[in-house]
Design a protein around this ligand. Structure first.
Ligand SMILES: Nc1ncnc2c1ncn2[C@@H]1O[C@H](COP(=O)(O)OP(=O)(O)OP(=O)(O)O)[C@@H](O)[C@H]1O
Length: 319
């Protein structure tokens, strides 16, 4: 049974910015017939640029927003028809820092346990506080916590009822390296113990390190879906990277990814690398700090997002 299943799910928001011709006037199609099955025990990454529809998918999954059409279920429980069971199976860490300012951390976790009908949860709450580096903040009022600490509490809140399916919506946005490491160690441990994890993040190196499979979303559609290793295999094998203090001719610049002084060219082999370097030399430019690195998930992501092809990498593949 799939841990999470989206079957042809569309979501149209009422909006004055309606765009595509297929849409009803006065609506904006944030999700366009999305189908996706995530199997039990997977660590799955959902990637996409701002506004792609990731949070909308999570809101539909958590029953916070109703899909316009299609079906969504968690461990076989339909999120509309069987809301209570679907919600109980889910632990959602939201993107926004929403919290009740009147309680301390432990009180908040006890209240959340009560919300899910979990009694005598003290030992698990202690483990959560310890594992998320919150033990010394257990009696601190939420208002007294820093942004990173509040995010840890949101994670603890989501996990308080030991949900089999954990959904993290950009959990590491704006948090320090230490919390990221603590958080990922803990989530990876839960995943090894059998919990399914769905993660959205803009930190592609995190997704590459953690996720077994990845879906990429663009303007409400899935444009890539595959094992992380297969997505990486399909990319150009190498990237030529160097620094340049002057502008390149347009024909050359169009083939490159340029970030300030850093220029990067996807290149399959030594011949292609040599051709790019020769073209730079012929343009009278001097490349500095030249290096060749393996293509990573960021290269794949940028490739996929800039392609306007209808063909979709790996879509239809199953775990
Ligand atoms: N309540 C709403 N009413 C109207 N439009 C909305 C609403 N919520 C989201 N949208 C629009 O739907 C699209 C998808 O938004 P969503 O928040 O799901 O994207 P996202 O992939 O999570 O983006 P980000 O990476 O910025 O968090 C965006 O164009 C957004 O403006």
């Amino acid at each position: 049974m799939a841990a999470i299943s989206f079957q042809s799910v569309s979501k149209a928001y009422p909006s004055p910015k309606s765009s595509k011709s297929s849409e009803r006037p006065g609506t904006f199609l944030a999700l366009d017939a999305v189908s996706l099955d995530i199997q039990e025990g997977e660590f799955f990454g959902l990637l996409g640029p701002n506004g792609a529809g990731k949070t909308t998918m999570i809101s539909v999954l958590a029953g916070l927003t109703r899909a316009t059409s299609g079906r969504v279920s968690v461990l076989g429980h339909d999120v509309q028809a069987d809301f209570a069971a679907a919600r109980r199976a889910l632990g959602v860490v939201p993107q926004e820092l929403v919290f009740d300012p009147f309680f301390n951390v432990r009180e908040l976790l006890r209240i959340q346990s009560g919300y899910f009908g979990v009694k005598n949860n003290g030992a698990w709450i202690d483990e959560l506080l310890e594992s998320l580096g919150l033990a010394d903040k257990a009696n601190a009022n939420m208002r007294q916590l820093s942004g990173g600490m509040k995010r840890r509490v949101l994670v603890a809140q989501a996990l308080v009822h030991k949900p089999p399916v954990i959904v993290l919506d950009e959990p590491t946005a704006g948090v320090d390296v230490e919390l990221r490491q603590t958080l990922w160690q803990f989530i990876a441990k839960l995943n090894r113990e059998g919990h399914t994890v769905l993660l959205t993040t803009h930190y592609l190196e995190e997704a590459e390190a953690l996720c077994g499979r990845i879906a990429m979303l663009k303007t409400g559609r899935i444009v890539a879906l595959d094992k992380t290793s297969d997505l990486l295999k399909a990319a150009s094998s190498n990237v030529l990277r160097f620094k340049l203090d002057a502008e390149m001719p347009k024909a050359l610049a169009d083939k490159a990814r340029i970030t300030g002084r850093i220029v990067q060219f996807p290149a399959n082999d030594a011949l292609e690398i040599e051709r790019y370097l020769a073209a730079v030399r012929e343009a009278g430019l001097v490349a500095q700090d030249i290096e060749i690195r393996k293509a990573d998930l960021e290269d794949v992501f940028l490739d996929v997002m800039t392609q306007n092809k209808d063909s979709v990498h790996g879509v239809g593949a199953v775990a």
